[in-house]
Design a protein around this ligand. Sequence first.
Ligand SMILES: Cc1cc2nc3c(=O)[nH]c(=O)nc-3n(C[C@H](O)[C@H](O)[C@H](O)COP(=O)(O)O)c2cc1C
Ligand SMILES: CC(C)CC(=O)C(=O)O
Length: 377
Amino acid sequence: MQGQAFIPMCPMTSADHLPLTLPDYHARAAEALQAEHAAYFLSGAGEGVTMRSNRRDFEAIGLRPQVLQDLRNGDTKLTLFGTQMAHPILVAPFAYQSLLDEGGETATAQGATAQEALMVLSAQSSQPMEEVRAQGGTCDWFQLYWQTNLDGTLMLADRAAKAGFQVLVLTVDAPVNGVRDDEMRTGFVLPDTVRPVNLDGLPQPVFDPLSEDDSFLFNRIAHVLPRWDDLRSFCEQSPLPVVVKGILTPEDATRAVKAGAAGVIVSNHGARVLDGAPSAISVLPNIVQALDGSVPVLMDSGVRRGSDVFKALALGADAVLVGRPVVCGLAVAGALGVSHVLRLLRDELEVTMALTGCRTLADITPDRVIPDAHRLT
Ligand SMILES: Cc1cc2nc3c(=O)[nH]c(=O)nc-3n(C[C@H](O)[C@H](O)[C@H](O)COP(=O)(O)O)c2cc1C
Ligand SMILES: CC(C)CC(=O)C(=O)O
């Protein structure tokens, strides 16, 4: 290995109690978590068809090496919504983090901050948003669902703005829960000690007593589910820019931007909602093309390696979010684990950039990847 310049490995990797790779974190978390918690955090909807596509479609994309490029003064910096970021890897919003580590969302925020990774806090967090913000650091975006009506949703948004969050993420892909076979098999329920504390005092959905046909599952709640006009009103009245999360088609992406979205997140919710939905990476290029640079496009679902981050950027994403890798880091080693998995992803991205001859993110262009590597010789 003499003479080989390698990205400096982070000092934490020498701590022998920590897993060495992301797959090892996943294996350790799966082993350590109670079966019903593993089902909630790690599995997906139905039989896992979309879960498998999320990985398979990343794996099918090849990388085109490029040698002898000038790699001096490289970096992974970018600016999103006016904020300078050290790299394009964000922590995805995920609920009930105190089930994984007693430090909960605060521990995740500490780990993310150590790696200069922007964190999106879920409204369904197990700790109050103000408490997580009070740590300082990089937990700057807040994710919420529609809260029964516009007033309830704005109440939550205003509170987040007051707490100092800078961007809101409105998730639109889960008006009802997905069918999650593994959760049903293991009987996952929240314990009394963990609950979505931020939602206290907000309007709760009232089942429609006038609904004529109760035999059809969502008839009784459809009147409190958001529609396009609601998104438009929310974007107009929101105190902060609204990024819409959970978009999988160019039509919906275009419509979201017309309704006032400041950005979109191409996502299938980590394969947790509609089993059979396409992988996010497979639909990304068409959405990027349809939006034509009008707003930032982020993506998540299935990112497991730094090379996946690279592939998503090459196909037009401005940044990516990671869910399960952070789940596993938190479950295995709290804040340190979160920081370590993010560091591993950063290192892998930097290595991939070096080996494909990309000095900065701007160099990661579509010609650096082979969309369907199996078909090319
Ligand atoms: C346990 C768990 C809980 C989640 N909770 C939320 C949530 O509260 N709000 C939301 O928008 N997305 C939620 N997500 C989806 C993530 O934000 C993200 O879209 C997904 O995890 C990305 O896929 P990945 O896990 O393959 O990286 C959750 C994901 C997991 C695994
Ligand atoms: C509390 C849930 C709605 C959080 C979520 O989005 C999920 O479990 O995927």
